[in-house]
Design a protein around this ligand. Structure first.
Ligand code: 48H
Length: 260
């Protein structure tokens, strides 16, 4: 075989093996933002078969750009343990105990590396366009290549079967919209519907992001900004402790559910 052939062969074979292995998993995560990356890391580290499907080429979601493209973010004391778990460095904000700044590029890359290195699989440039909804239960995801989605090509998707689905799609809560609008699911919210995100109130938004991280329907969980949007929490801007802690909470809730 020529070296050109060896390279192509090896890539097609190893990728196919990876994708086939991910067609039936414990946890299917939609979106590769900070909350989802922490959840994937914790799940995989505990032996839970986990894959992330991320629409963009680069996972990391809203972490890369810091605040208004100043590529630094803030994290509060409660979440520094997670930063340490991923080897992310941080420095105190002088005169403001309990708050730290960190390089958002270091955070994004470390979260991605940590998730993959702990055994989670990330499929980038893959968009989730629907859920599998059988006999009243969420059973998995319907996936397609992002370029197919973007070009509006009429190409049928493939499916991933999973014991639990985690919506980590950020502000739009895409999976929850599919659940309510296409599957007619009543979510665990006061109205059964998506309440919608409120304006900026940092401390309230940080606390509610964690509180709102939960199972909204059997087999369907939400974390991060998606959870906050579903339950009507306030936004918080470029502070990320709530996102990291939400990912950790989601992983713990899912592990408890799966073990049952
Ligand atoms: C595949 C998809 C799909 C889909 C979306 O928004 P994210 O960074 O996620 P979170 O919730 O972990 O973090 C939120 C944070 O970044 C943020 O926005 C904050 C703190 N905002 C505060 C404020 O006041 O504005 O990432 C979500 C990811 C993205 O990478 C999307 O591309 C991806 O999900 N995604 N992937 N299929 N259908 N929908």
């Amino acid at each position: 075989m020529s070296v050109e052939n060896i390279i192509s062969h090896a890539i097609v074979r190893t990728f196919s093996d990876k994708l086939i292995d991910a067609l039936n998993i414990d946890v299917a995560i939609v979106g590769g933002g900070p909350s989802a990356l922490v959840a994937a890391h914790d799940l995989a580290l505990n032996g839970v078969k986990t894959a992330i499907f991320e629409r963009k080429l680069a996972p990391g979601g809203g972490t890369w750009g810091g605040g208004m493209l100043f590529n630094e973010v803030v994290v509060q004391e409660e979440a520094t343990g997670i930063l340490k778990d991923f080897g992310i460095r941080f420095q105190p904000i002088p005169g403001n105990p309990g708050y730290y700044t960190l390089d958002s590029v270091e955070m994004a890359s470390a979260l991605i590396y940590g998730a993959v290195h702990s055994g989670a699989k990330i499929f980038n440039a893959v968009s989730v366009e629907d859920i599998v909804f059988k006999e009243g239960k969420v059973n998995g995801l319907v996936i397609n290549w992002t370029p197919v989605e973007r070009l509006g090509m009429h190409v049928d998707p493939l499916t991933v079967i999973a014991s639990a689905v985690l919506d980590g799609t950020g502000h739009p809560s895409e999976i929850m919209h599919l659940a309510t609008e296409k599957a007619g699911i009543n979510l665990d919210t006061p109205t059964g519907k998506i309440i919608g995100e409120k304006p900026m109130w940092v401390d309230s938004g940080e606390a509610s992001t964690i509180d709102n991280t939960k199972e909204y329907f059997p087999g369907l969980f939400a974390c991060g900004m998606s959870a906050n949007n579903v339950s009507g929490g306030y936004r918080m801007g470029p502070i990320f402790g709530g996102m990291l802690l939400s990912g950790r909470k989601a992983a713990n809730l899912i592990m408890k559910k799966i073990k049952k």
